[in-house]
Write a protein that binds this ligand. Sequence first.
Ligand SMILES: Nc1ncnc2c1ncn2[C@@H]1O[C@H](COP(=O)(O)OP(=O)(O)OP(=O)(O)O)[C@@H](O)[C@H]1O
Length: 604
Amino acid sequence: ASDLELLLKMKESLENYGSSLDSWNSTTPPCTDGHANWRGILCYEGKVWGVKLENMGLQGLIDIDSLKALPYLRTLSFMNNSLEGPWPEIHNLVGLKSIYLSNNKFSGEIPYRAFEGLKWLKKVYLSNNQFSGYVPTSLTVLPRLIELRLDGNEFTGAIPRFHPLNRLRLFNVANNQLQGQIPSTVNRMPASSFAGNERLCGAPLESCTSKPSTASVVGAVVVVCLAVLVIGIVVLMIHKKQNGACAAKLGNPPSSIGKGRLRDVGDESRRSAGSMSSTDTRKAEHLRLSFLRDDREMFDLQELLRASAEILGSGCFSSSYKAALVNGPTIVVKRFKQMNNVGKEEFQEHMRRLGRLSHPNLLPPVAYYYRREEKLVVTDYVRNGSLAVRLHGHQSLGEPSLEWPIRLKIVKGIAKGLEYLYRDMPSLIAPHGNLKSSNVLLSESFEPLLTDYGLVPMINQELAQDIMVIYKSPEYLQQGRITKKTDVWCLGILILEILTGKFPANFLQKGKGSEVSLASWVDSVVPEEWTNAVFDQEMGTTKNSEGEMEKLLKIALNCCEADVDKRWDLKEAVEKILEVKERDGDQEIFLTSYASDAELISST
Ligand SMILES: Nc1ncnc2c1ncn2[C@@H]1O[C@H](COP(=O)(O)OP(=O)(O)OP(=O)(O)O)[C@@H](O)[C@H]1O
């Protein structure tokens, strides 16, 4: 059908336009070159690129489907009318850059996949309708989204976590029924963007923790003052942060933890260092780092505090700082927030145990620092960054994306690292416990290095549940239990993330047992569609590797099997993963080299 026929079909679905759409008739084409003959039509070189029917008192249900065959359609606006009905399915309008439906009477839930594949979408305006249910998670991964208005609806549940590298410059969810903590990836927006949702909390609104009583504030002040005398202002700053809410999560550069503060950390530490070292050696004892490996040059906490620091990420679980030591390596100091139940002996013993582990796919701790209220773990800085950033951040950073052979190499390395953890820490139910793409760092040769493993026994149980990946598993959500196969589920989800390029957290809907995981999404796509709909197009699919990619995808689905009895154990999963080849029909496994690995990667 021609543009003219398609638009007239849509016109039929509208009501109450009176004479305002008289120009829409079958005798005049909608566009002549760049000129529009029809009211509300935007034209470019004779093609319709926009439909803009605003403030016309329109009623009825729009027949969006008839627009999907308009190949040049880029913008749609029906703002300020009285249109009604459910969410108009726009996912077929693949070239759409903006959609404006504000101030109408649309209602009902928007499917969570409603925006999937709309990679050109920059602006979404749905304000002041009656949409309900969850905010659709497919919005969170739109690579070009810069303006999103959902205010004045009836959305419920939590704000989903937008990609850390999102480009949003306008975000408004005010006046809904949203609840829970505002994700750090959008908390740079003004408070007015979140107003009118009684149960939302966290920056830029009030903290999610209850306000402390006056007595505890006074007590805290006294304690903090003593702490200042003993270990200096740097640790005071850390304390302050500990008392606050879990503010920002990683990856994003939220304004609340910017470079200014980092400079402050450096300044304060220099002052405290100067005033301490000469006077009180007993106090200095408190500042001793315990080293776990004797092949490493040692340094003390003073040196560390003197180094210029940069925050890598700060979440509920930990904050990570990168520090370049003067005349020394660049290291990462990870400060754990949720370990205050663990005693010194237990902590030391556990750290020594982790320090003894050695494998080309692990990034072992180098040193630690223990005080009852403060635990730091030092590792080498890995310059190539995390798999999470490589998978999801490369577009913004202008980096090339990872190709299939590299992705396969990474999966195999992760499997081998995990197998080693299972062998060497058999007493732990979940030897890794927090396997996710931000905890996989990449060496210069793209060998994966696992971090943050073996920590489950150290973390405060009640908080671990909100934080660690094992507690997102079906067995935990449905039966409240963790098993030896729970890390296998995490491995499965991670492989799916690697193959699809999609962020697993965006698939998790809130609520026990009702969650939609990345695995169930992949499972819902028929295998014939995998090449087009499931595999990350950036992976560089070639005809002679598709069979092996499919093999790996099936392995991942087996690892994600919700029924723990049917799920593979780690040994079987690793065996199957190591059998996958780079190309269909290859006789050998090409990518198992451990060669260039333990090159641990400190820049100086
Ligand atoms: N040794 C390291 N070298 C380079 N980057 C690192 C290193 N350790 C962590 N990172 C990166 O720093 C960021 C913050 O890490 P951090 O471990 O604090 O948070 P996370 O792993 O994203 O979440 P969680 O708080 O659940 O562990 C992540 O992007 C992570 O990949």
